[in-house]
Design a protein around this ligand. Sequence first.
Ligand SMILES: Cc1cc2nc3c(=O)[nH]c(=O)nc-3n(C[C@H](O)[C@H](O)[C@H](O)COP(=O)(O)OP(=O)(O)OC[C@H]3O[C@@H](n4cnc5c(N)ncnc54)[C@H](O)[C@@H]3O)c2cc1C
Length: 316
Amino acid sequence: MGLDLSPFAEVVGPASSGSVWIAGQQSRLTAPSSIRRVTAPSGIYDLQPDEMTVVCGAGMSIDELQDSLRAVGQYVNLPRGDSGSGTVGGALATGRSDIYRLGRGATRDTLLQARFVNHDGQVVSAGGPTVKNVSGFDLCRLLVGSLGQLGFLGEVILRTRPIPQSSRWFMMSEAGPEIVEAILRRVYRPASVLWDGHKVWFCIEGNSRDCDETTRHLAADLQSPTEVAGPPTLDHYPFRQSVPPAELAELVQSHVQQETGQLVVEAGVGIVHRQTPAEPKATEKTIELLHQRLLQQFNPTGRLNPGVSLTTVSTL
Ligand SMILES: Cc1cc2nc3c(=O)[nH]c(=O)nc-3n(C[C@H](O)[C@H](O)[C@H](O)COP(=O)(O)OP(=O)(O)OC[C@H]3O[C@@H](n4cnc5c(N)ncnc54)[C@H](O)[C@@H]3O)c2cc1C
């Protein structure tokens, strides 16, 4: 028995009650003043450290959730924005992963079960409550990255993870593609590998002794990595692009040669952080049609978050 979502469903209202917008902390998207605004419930309803799951309201601040989980040595893999921590629902609905995706996995994999309010004000449940139940594609994963247009998240069950004993960042200079490749192959599950064509930064999480051993091996075979306080700041790289990981080396090298503005790539993942926007790629027709069909099914009157779009978010 989860949280009673009927008060939340009532506020959202049935299809006949017009356009409605769900707001988190609005760290990414400001709710339009012309549309009725609602917020999701907040708070932790169940925490099962042994099962590695937590049940909380989607309106809960990520910072508060992480504080509570820290007490049991765990955390949830949700990205924090810089200007404010954001809410659990906001992070899931935006669907963006942070620079630790290589090791910690994608934001969407954090969501095990969602109870959400649909376009007609009904409470719908999707996904399974335990880590073991989740295999393959599930409806709740569809809500991740949907910007609230497929439903308003009310209560979510999230997968938790143990806080690693250590999380250490290293840097190597004069790093060509072969060095990046070697790090990806030789470091056991690096949490993050960032490369700008000249320098490479990487994060090793886990047992501190294992980490020392890995860096000793790298020093013997390649060069001695310098331990640094953290990742490079990506503040000057406001634009993102996603490319197949195998194409990253060529992309970075062509930028270095042509001096066409700098970028930092997430090696092994394929995210490119850019100073200038990439040439827009035409969305494949089939994907566009799929989006339209999903919207027709889930949000037939277009009343949930009207006007919100991925373009609006990615340019922020
Ligand atoms: C380094 C870094 C950079 C980031 N940069 C960006 C960025 O440039 N742009 C970006 O968009 N995100 C970015 N993110 C992700 C960002 O952290 C999340 O978008 C943030 O947590 C949003 O929280 P919020 O509560 O402020 O959401 P809001 O800004 O309030 O809402 C974001 C979206 O989620 C929807 N939403 C909110 N709550 C719910 C709910 N309960 N159910 C359904 N939908 C809901 C809103 O309607 C809106 O469409 C970044 C994260 C990191 C780690």
